[in-house]
Design a protein around this ligand. Structure first.
Ligand code: PLP
Length: 398
């Protein structure tokens, strides 16, 4: 999964070019920066590599989601439908713009269940936010159809599936807008960073200003910029963008190694009796950053995890059902509506209602799901050894 495994001379070279000018900020200082514009260069690279018209870098993936929602006009009075299995950033971003997160079940794709999305639509629904978890994708045709039918915004959180595709289109470029995270553990990293991608010029222009205190960036210098609306500071720095620029050039290499390693490990796990794998709506588009597998029962899955731990091969495997960051069962701060500042009444009520909401369908899937993170550094020998040990440890307890 992570680009940090391939950090080296290329990153150092890009960062050093910034250090030599001493201009660490992405805007202004036109003379002293001597033509070095790493953030702009990375934005251009993102549009070319992922095939979208516009890209706006941000300081994080969470900031990218917040920015996208603000630019899409999502705010107080609006509901955003999101999955029960995701990263905490999903509801953080929704709450930060004043909207209400509506959590719904996932299906065997480990992403939004289209039927659950349909059932959750109300007169307040403004946006559907699929999260392409663990390298693979949601059923985008079904979700797009629902959004078209109900006149809803489709915002893709593709933070975990950089380089994945759906029917030939890059994940994150299919909806009205999409986001990546470039945090330290993502497929390509800036250290910290994120991006909003869109084909809508108006949405892009708003993102551009929103991430820089509302600056319109039309003045002859920063002091002459106007502020058409209130923004924030979600800027990326030139140092971070420089790292990302080196990383994006290696993306194809990362993806081909990831896919090769994933397939080889899978060939061992496929031999476990009764095992199944997540449903991937477009198999060719899986970025393969994780291999997510399911056993027939929760008890069997828990026994397999213990057995993997005993065999010393559990490291790099994730049982999200019991994980504090990724699944509804452990989000007590969310379900108790604990924030530092006061939430809007409708937001607080919606969060407290999560205490009694059933996620039976998600539970039935997540309690049986383990995701194995795919390392870029594994040798073929290591994968074979890992695969044999995992196969033996799991089979032993079934
Ligand atoms: C990492 C991640 C984010 C947020 O990214 P940060 O850059 O860490 O803020 C959002 N959504 C998902 C699904 C993620 O995995």
């Amino acid at each position: 999964m992570p680009g940090f495994e391939f950090f080296g001379d290329e990153e150092r070279k890009e960062v050093n070019e910034v250090l030599e000018t001493g201009i660490l900020m992405r805007y202004g200082f036109d003379g002293p920066r001597k033509g070095i514009w790493k953030s702009k260069e990375l934005e251009t690279a993102v549009t070319q590599v992922f095939g979208c018209n516009h890209a706006q870098l941000t300081s994080s993936g969470t900031a990218a989601l917040t920015t996208a929602m603000a630019a899409l006009g999502i705010g107080v009075g609006d509901e955003v439908i999101m999955p029960s299995f995701t990263f905490v950033a999903s509801f953080e971003a929704i709450l930060s713009v004043g909207a209400v997160p509506v959590l719904v079940d996932i299906d065997e794709t480990l992403t939004l269940d289209p039927a659950a999305v349909k059932a959750a639509i109300t007169s307040k629904t403004k946006c559907v936010m699929p999260v392409h978890m663990c390298g693979s994708m949601a059923d985008m045709d079904a979700l797009q159809q629902i959004c078209t039918e109900h006149h809803l915004i489709l915002l893709e959180d593709a933070c975990q599936s950089i380089g994945g595709t759906y029917k030939g289109k890059k994940l994150g470029t299919i909806g009205h807008a999409g986001t990546f995270s470039f945090d330290f553990v993502k497929t390509i990293t800036c250290g910290e960073g994120g991006v909003v991608m869109t084909n809508d010029k108006d949405v892009y222009t708003k993102c551009d200003a929103y991430t820089d205190h509302g600056h319109d960036h039309l003045g002859v210098d920063r002091g002459a910029d106007l502020h058409p609306f209130i923004g924030y500071n979600f800027r990326i720095s030139e140092l971070h963008a420089a790292v990302g620029l080196a990383q994006i050039k290696k993306l194809d290499t990362f993806l081909s190694i990831q896919r090769k390693n994933n397939k080889l490990l899978r060939s061992y796990l496929e031999q476990v009796p009764g095992i199944s794998f997540r449903v991937v709506p477009d198999e060719d588009g899986d970025s393969c950053s994780f291999l997510s597998w399911m056993l027939p029962t929760e008890a069997g899955t828990k026994a397999a995890i213990e057995s993997l731990k005993e065999a010393g091969v559990f490291a790099g495997n994730f049982y999200w059902y019991a994980n504090n960051w990724h699944y509804i069962t452990k989000w007590d701060h969310l379900k108790n509506a604990i924030t530092l500042n006061r939430l809007h009444d409708a937001q607080a009520a919606a969060l407290l209602a999560l205490q009694t909401k059933s996620f039976a369908k998600s539970d039935a899937i997540m309690s049986r799901t383990v995701s194995t993170a795919i390392s870029l550094l594994w040798t073929e020998e290591q994968i074979k050894e890992k695969g044999e040990k995992m196969l033996a440890a799991i089979t032993k307890v079934l």
